[in-house]
Design a protein around this ligand. Structure first.
Ligand code: UD1
Ligand code: MG
Length: 413
């Protein structure tokens, strides 16, 4: 293994495990306080749900921030004790991560309290990306992408000698900013059944941690980048596991938008500082699919109800698809086209019915959760979450296969 500071890693692991126990303790202690203050939601997939404390993600995020504050000096102690020049760029990189992630937590908490409008949900995470991107720029980090030899040989007869690497400069920053905005929102819209928000984040964080360790073994460069990514993710993983034990079926707490924004920002920042922001997308395939499938409803081509989570049937105690209903004539051409393409591909359930003498249409809400129900039929909530988490895991395995199998055939990695 290359120059991974094993002592610092052990310190990070120790603080993270401590974070797990503190998190569990605080969630138990603050559950009644949340309910007293009316910071609670109703479980829409249960028969008679009492108030469930929300947003409990704020507790985990605060524990994570405390863990990081305690840990902050530890990777840098060796420099304060030696004659070597202090690595300012590394230190600022680590600090910028704390700043961006903390501002995402604040944004999520405000969203939970005020129900932000969509334009603000997109604008604020974009601004939160600035600390990380500015430090990335100031410390002269790479903005080049490697071109596959195959592509080079195809275009070189037309363009002459093509370099192996292409510096896409400003566009790389746009991509990284979009990754952050995407991951914060994509976890939030892939939600609605107990344990899904935090469960998917655990699978992605564990996959990214494994990827970092593999890269540390394989590569002789960039050890610091992968180490910093590990230091950010370890306490995130342990505090998320603590939260999952309360949020899994039947949920005793709800994670809230605070958790989703915090998780998305943490994963994206860990990927950017770890220098694998393109590989990260491989671990977010279900989130990308859910976003793409949701686009017609997000952009109002098809009506989008406030909640798109599955519909609970109290008699069978199972969840089935939830629907959007609208007058058939009210759709514009774009909406009609989307619905006819998706239903002919059997990726959507469509039904026509009459109401008050008028023709109405009913289509399932366009989420991967409902899509799963379209294929497997009504199932119990715990089974549905487990199927979706299994899907996430399967895509992680595919992600590794593509990154280390396919990519090494195309690139020299
Ligand atoms: C996003 C989704 C919305 C989905 C909601 C569920 C989009 C555009 N928005 O909205 O469709 O219904 O998340 O989180 O896709 N809840 C449960 N069981 C759970 C989790 C949540 O019943 O396991 C309910 C609770 O009433 C909880 C509420 O959802 O209070 C939280 O919803 P919120 O996070 O505010 O919804 P959005 O993120 O705006
Ligand atoms: Mg939410």
């Amino acid at each position: 293994m290359v120059d991974l500071d094993v002592l610092t890693l052990a310190e990070s692991a120790f603080i993270s495990v401590l974070g797990y126990f503190i998190c569990r303790h605080l969630i138990r202690e603050y559950t009644p306080v949340f309910i007293q203050r009316n910071m609670a939601g109703r479980d829409l997939c249960k028969k008679n749900s009492g108030p469930i404390p929300e947003p409990m993600g704020i507790i985990c995020a605060i524990v994570w921030m405390t863990c990081q504050s305690i840990f902050l000096p530890l990777p840098f102690l060796q420099w304060t004790m030696s004659e070597q020049e202090f690595p300012h760029a590394k230190f600022y990189g680590f600090l910028s991560a704390q700043l961006s992630i903390s501002s995402a937590v604040m944004l999520g908490f405000v969203d939970d309290m005020l129900d932000l409008r969509w334009r603000h949900k997109l604008l604020f995470p974009t601004l939160s990306t600035l600390p990380v991107l500015m430090i990335y720029y100031l410390s002269g980090n790479s903005t080049t992408v490697i071109l596959p030899p195959l592509l080079r040989s195809i275009v070189s007869p037309y363009l002459g000698e093509v370099p192996g690497c292409l510096d896409i400069s400003f566009f790389y920053y746009i991509y990284m900013g979009m990754l952050i905005v995407f991951s914060t929102n994509s976890i939030n819209i892939y939600a609605g059944v107990n344990g899904l928000e935090v469960g998917q984040s655990i699978v992605v964080a564990a996959s990214v941690l494994l990827f970092n360790f593999i890269q540390l073994y394989r590569m002789e460069t960039e050890a610091w980048c992968h180490s910093i990514s590990i230091y950010i993710l370890l306490p995130f993983l342990t505090t998320s596991i603590a939260l999952y034990s309360f949020n899994q079926y039947p949920a005793r707490v709800f994670v809230g938008d605070t958790y989703c924004y915090w998780a998305g920002m943490t994963l994206a920042v860990a990927a950017i500082l770890g220098h694998f922001s393109k590989t990260m997308i491989l671990f977010l395939v279900p989130q990308v699919a859910n976003f793409l499938y949701s686009i017609p409803q997000l952009f109002k081509l098809v009506p989008c109800p406030r909640h798109r989570l599955p519909k609970y049937d109290p008699e069978s105690d199972k969840l089935g698809m939830s629907y959007a209903e609208f007058k058939s004539g009210s759709l514009n051409a774009g909406g009609r086209m989307v619905i006819s393409v998706l239903s002919s591909l059997r990726l959507m359930h469509r039904e026509e019915f009459k109401k008050d003498g008028e023709k109405w249409t009913r289509v399932n809400n366009m989420t991967v959760i409902n899509l799963m129900l379209l294929f497997v039929g009504p199932v119990h909530e715990a089974t549905l979450t487990n199927c979706l988490l299994l899907l996430q895991l399967v895509f992680s395995v595919f992600g590794f296969a593509i990154r280390f199998g396919l990519a090494s055939m195309i690139y020299n990695v």
